[in-house]
Design a binder for this molecule. Structure first.
Ligand SMILES: Cc1cc2nc3c(=O)[nH]c(=O)nc-3n(C[C@H](O)[C@H](O)[C@H](O)COP(=O)(O)OP(=O)(O)OC[C@H]3O[C@@H](n4cnc5c(N)ncnc54)[C@H](O)[C@@H]3O)c2cc1C
Length: 416
């Protein structure tokens, strides 16, 4: 077999999982990993949690120690951006002028935060995706300062919780949602979260449209609302969603449509796979195309992409496996760990099947998410791991409620 080159673009969770799986499966050819951040691979979830609260030092976010990375024998090119792909010629162009020919390619370029027009012109306005973002945010925070968080998705509410902790900052969340996280978790769970955050001293300005940012002498002073009000803030965190990093793939021959269009094997084209937040793949069990921004998915999909690429290169495509995970997501806010399995988005019915609201700081809840009569997702908080694992089994595939009602009741019976 002639020597091969596999290129992985994106040196974070999905890219590293891909590279490690390739080596574990015996791939001993050249393995180039290109990442545009200058840092060694690190974990993002703690950035809005333990690192933002100060409980963890940034060093604890390292994804691997240098010895493990060395074991992988990577040609690791950090601080270098891929600027173009010619999938027909099998070539990736980098911004340092290099052109990498490849036998196989895995794209793991993730997403970047959306922001507001004019945000870049005022100091004190931040997004949070990278270690550099975190450093910039920290530099503009001052004890007891006023912070406005725009957006009430998981990231916005984690940032609010971390900054409000112990009364360190006066935090206001500004959102167009009626209750926090309604789009992700539904109104019922959102209402519980609303109560928890207010109880912790966070001001929630729900149902508001942000029209702009107010500033003086180049620094942000507040968030302007459609009502004509200005929410005062000396730091603003914009957490209004993200955009897949796919611009560099224009003219590549790949289909880009809210992420990289992939089939059930995570393949985007012959010898090209995508994994992690950037992949919009056909989920064979859910029967629809799915793109998730979940940490565990990045690892699992990277591993499957690596396996399938090697099978394709080895001429045994029948050994490729479909990528059909039960999606999993968690979010930590104060003492709450919210965990969700399956698909929650697009639900037309949400049922709180179990709710113990005795402790206002830690509601214990199980919610089921339905679409067109099919149970597709479950969310739990304050629930023993064993019960949650069993609940996961209920949503491994979309199922009519009538068929699993008894099983669901059995699972919940353990909660008393
Ligand atoms: C603050 C924060 C908190 C989070 N908390 C949770 C949580 O609690 N639970 C959960 O499940 N998930 C959470 N996530 C999401 C989780 O971190 C992501 O799902 C995961 O990082 C996705 O990994 P990825 O490798 O696909 O993409 P990324 O981690 O985004 O990595 C992509 C990498 O590719 C680089 N890149 C982009 N374009 C190019 C290019 N053209 N050339 C070279 N390099 C490029 C990017 O700079 C980046 O380094 C959180 C994310 C953030 C930001």
């Amino acid at each position: 077999m002639s020597p091969r080159t596999i290129v992985v673009v994106g040196a974070s969770a999905a890219g590293i999982a891909t590279a490690e799986t390739l080596r574990r499966k015996g791939y001993d050819g050249r393995l180039v990993v290109v990442g545009d951040e200058k840092h060694l691979p690190y974990e993002r979830p703690p950035l809005s949690k333990q690192v933002l609260t100060g409980e963890w030092d940034e060093d604890r976010t390292a994804m691997r120690d240098t010895a493990s990375l060395e074991e992988c024998a990577l040609d690791l090119r950090l601080g270098v951006r891929a600027t173009g792909l010619d999938a027909a010629a099998r070539r990736v162009t980098l911004d340092d002028g290099a052109v990498l020919g490849y036998d196989g390619l895995v794209i793991a370029t993730g997403v970047r935060p959306r922001t507001l027009p004019g945000a870049g012109e005022l100091s004190g306005v931040h997004t949070l995706r990278t270690l550099d973002d975190l450093a910039a945010l920290r530099a503009s925070l001052r004890a007891g300062g006023t912070v406005a968080v725009i957006g009430s998705g998981p990231l916005g509410m984690e940032v609010a919780a971390s900054l409000a902790k112990g009364g360190a900052h006066r935090v206001t969340v500004v959102t167009d949602e009626p209750v926090p996280m309604e789009r992700v978790f539904g109104a019922e769970v959102g209402t519980l979260l609303d109560r928890v955050h207010r109880g912790k001293g966070v001001t929630l300005r729900t149902g508001q449209t942000v029209t702009g940012l107010a500033g003086a002498r180049g620094a942000v002073t507040g968030v302007e609302l459609a009502s004509g009000e200005t929410v005062p803030a000396d730091t603003v965190v914009v957490a209004i969603g993200s955009t897949p990093n796919t611009e560099w793939l224009a003219d590549s021959g790949l289909t880009v449509d809210r992420g990289i269009h992939c089939d059930a094997y995570s393949a985007a084209a012959p010898r090209v796979y995508a994994a992690g937040d950037v992949a919009h793949w056909h989920h064979p069990v859910q029967g629809e195309r799915v793109r998730t921004e979940h940490r565990i998915n990045a690892t699992e999909q990277g591993a499957v992409a690596a396996h399938n690429l090697l099978a394709e290169l080895d001429g045994i495509p029948e050994q490729r496996g479909e990528y059909a995970p039960v999606p999993y997501f968690w979010s930590d806010q104060y003492a709450l760990k919210l965990q969700a399995y399956g698909l929650l988005h697009g639900a037309d019915r949400v049922e709180l099947r179990y709710a113990d609201l005795g402790d206002p700081d830690r509601p214990r809840v199980v919610a089921f998410y339905f679409r067109q009569g099919l149970l597709r997702g479950v969310l739990g908080t304050g629930i023993p791991p064993r019960v949650l694992r069993e609940a996961r089994g209920l949503v491994a595939r979309p199922q009519p409620w009538d068929g699993i009602r008894d099983r669901a009741d059995d699972v919940l019976a353990a909660l008393g």
